[in-house]
Design a protein around this ligand. Structure first.
Ligand code: FPP
Length: 249
């Protein structure tokens, strides 16, 4: 389904779900589902850009994912390392800015080093950004932001009575990122699972039964086409919006 590029959501965020079930249905180990999931990450990164998206955030590892069996956690970290090593060259060649959000300082040191290098070597690109949420949890993010904000108040850098979202949100991991316009979750689940809870306040949601390893460019295009049929009111009435169905944030 072709989507006019000018109508694409600026920022799409995806909860990549269903790797385990995809593998189980085929009698394969769960890790095989994750491996296939990484291939989908590659495809979707470039599909999103082709469809006019400017920023793509992928929920790759949640704070809660540490509770999975140790061998699965180890395999996911191994895949992440493999992915980052392999993709750096592609990001540089194709001008993809890369960044990570989450408590990245708690990830294995090898992964942290790769994250630093990939972020640093792609930081001057501006047309398209890929964000990986890693060791991410929205509640932890708010706690971290509150702590940083309190420290800034104590140091006299912020005034406590300012109290605006514009000020506080500068302490979130996503400080210099626009909010997501569209949040997609694959695999038929309809939960947020602690993903970008603050930033998705006015996002549109799209749920698809397709499991992440099977998710294609056509599925992404369908999600974007659906997004384009929605009226985003940001708390206003339809009449207030008038013929232009969008409001500056
Ligand atoms: C959910 O599938 C997926 C995850 C735990 C995170 C997504 C991870 C990847 C796509 C692979 C690693 C990513 C990168 C960028 C290297 P699930 O295991 O929860 O599936 P299930 O609900 O069917 O069990």
């Amino acid at each position: 389904m072709p989507v006019p590029l000018e109508n694409a959501p600026h920022h799409v965020a995806i909860i990549m779900d269903g790797n385990g079930r995809w593998a189980k249905q085929r009698g394969l180990p769960r890790i095989e589902g994750h491996r296939r999931g990484v291939e989908t990450v590659r495809t979707v990164t470039f599909a999103a850009r082709d469809l006019g998206v400017r920023m793509l955030t992928l929920y790759a590892f949640s704070i809660e994912n540490w509770k999975r069996p140790q061998d699965e956690v180890g395999a996911l970290m191994g895949l992440l390392e493999y992915y980052l090593r392999k993709e750096l060259e592609t990001f540089v060649r194709d001008r993809v800015r890369f960044r990570a959000i989450g408590r990245t300082e708690e990830l294995p040191t090898g992964v942290q080093q790769l994250l630093r290098t990939t972020t640093e070597e792609t930081r001057h690109f501006s047309d398209y950004t890929l964000v990986l949420a890693l060791n991410y949890g929205a509640r932890t993010e708010v706690v971290d932001a509150a702590r940083a904000y309190a420290a800034a108040v104590a140091a006299g850098k912020e005034k406590l009575n300012d109290g605006s979202w514009a000020t506080f949100s500068r302490y979130l991991y996503t400080a210099d990122m626009p909010d997501p316009d569209l949040v997609i979750r694959t695999s038929g689940e309809t939960r947020m699972s602690n993903f970008l809870l603050m930033q998705a306040a006015y996002a549109e949601f799209y749920f698809t039964p397709v499991q992440w390893p099977d998710f294609t460019k056509a599925d992404l295009a369908a999600a974007i086409a659906d997004f384009n049929r929605r009226e985003r009111r940001f708390g206003l009435t339809s009449e207030q919006l008038g013929p232009v169905k969008t409001v500056a944030k």
